[in-house]
Design a protein around this ligand. Structure first.
Ligand code: SF4
Length: 374
């Protein structure tokens, strides 16, 4: 597997996956050792593992898949130094930098997201955190989108305190995205301009003000498997409603380029482990879905009940019609006001009419661009 250190298999007790699923369904916490075993024990075959994780997923989410579309509403120019990010001050990835898009542009993209089947519209703003004025602008956008479209709205805007969280909550913000990304111990390895505690404080401020929490991780940044377990357990204790599971994408020009240990099998194990640790959370297979899961991608729908469509900030994802077909072919149901056929049709048209606007105006890398760098 290439990640972490695991004792010799003769010392490890075989894991009863069905028992584990039943315990998760009963609301029991998974033991750290069991969670780590899921990640690292080659004696645990993939299909029984996926089946057991699916039992847990199915109890809460049935066969539904929630589709999220990201709008990179402000790109680059960030004073922070997150080593995995194309928008940070140390990154030399040639992205298209821009300050906040105009409200009209953001509203138009909300319309496109709705018509393309998005359940939730996620606006992402680069930067350390919003000023008071920017917070007011965000609140006004949230109000306008919610008034016009039956979309859930999520904002990712950096560090927040209680006062700013309250403004956004009053505007009707459903969710705040703020990823923990990695464990507390590993955090200083990936960022020096803010701390794990800063991120935790933001999540708690959102929670105190009644905003749902979306917080996840990036696997493949050199962390041992035990760190992924720690993140999963921390998110359980925070009662995170939504957990995006990202897999590091290799951008030449970032401080952190090379993903470590991310085989398709390991990625699937990570998703399953998060499902057992967070049985009722929305688990989203996020950045790197196509790139790292490769031919195992449809299996991700068994532990995860949600995905991002088309792209991840500065990387384009698979075309949305291809993603919709994958969901339908596997027998899952897209949560949308539109029929599956209408969504595929619309996605095919959209690929022609709006080749880059949805999910990444500034997309600079396709999967094919990224792959040779591995
Ligand atoms: S992750 Fe956010 S805070 Fe960090 S460099 Fe990127 S945009 Fe800035």
């Amino acid at each position: 597997m290439g990640v972490g250190v695991w004792p010799t298999m003769s010392t490890v007790t075989a894991l009863d996956l069905e028992l584990l699923a039943s315990a998760a369904l009963a609301g029991e916490l998974i033991a750290d050792s069991d969670a780590e075993q899921i990640l690292l024990d080659p004696e645990i075959d993939l299909l029984p593992l996926v089946h057991a994780a699916y039992r847990v997923r199915h109890a809460r989410w049935d066969k539904t898949v929630q589709v999220h579309i990201l709008n990179n509403a402000a790109n680059g120019k960030c004073p922070e130094d997150c080593s995995y990010c194309t928008q940070g001050k140390n990154s030399s990835v040639p992205i298209e930098e821009y300050s906040m898009k105009s409200p009209d542009e953001i509203m138009e993209e909300a319309r496109l997201a709705y018509e393309n089947g998005a359940f939730r519209y996620c606006m992402v703003f680069s930067g350390r955190g919003p000023s008071t004025n920017r917070t007011d602008e965000l609140a006004s956008l949230v109000r306008n989108i919610k008034a016009k479209y039956p979309l859930e709205v999520c904002v990712s805007a950096g560090l927040l305190d209680d006062a700013k969280a309250e403004v956004l909550a009053e505007a009707g913000l459903d969710r705040l995205n703020h990823n923990l990304n990695t464990s507390e111990e590993h955090y200083a390895e990936i960022c020096t301009t803010h701390t794990y505690q800063d991120r935790l404080n933001t999540l708690k401020a959102a929670k105190r003000n009644g905003i749902e929490m979306c917080s996840g991780l990036i696997a493949g940044m050199g962390e041992p498997a035990s760190d992924l377990v720690e993140i999963a357990q921390t998110l359980r204790s925070l009662e995170a409603e939504s957990i995006p599971v990202n897999f590091l994408l290799p951008f030449e020009g970032n401080d952190l380029v090379e993903p470590k240990g991310l085989t398709p099998e390991y990625c699937l194990r990570v998703l399953c482990m998060f499902r057992f640790a967070n049985p009722t959370a929305e688990i989203r297979v996020a950045a790197g879905r196509e790139f790292h899961l490769r031919s195992l991608e449809p299996l991700a729908l068994y532990p995860a009940n949600s995905l991002f469509l088309e792209g991840y900030l500065n990387a384009k994802g698979a075309a949305s019609n291809r993603t919709y077909e994958m969901i339908i072919d596997a027998g899952f149901e897209i949560v949308s006001d539109f029929s599956a056929e209408a969504l595929v049709d619309s996605a095919e048209k959209s690929a022609v009419e709006h080749p880059v606007e949805i999910g990444g105006k500034s997309a600079v890398k396709t999967l094919e661009d990224l792959r040779p760098s591995l």
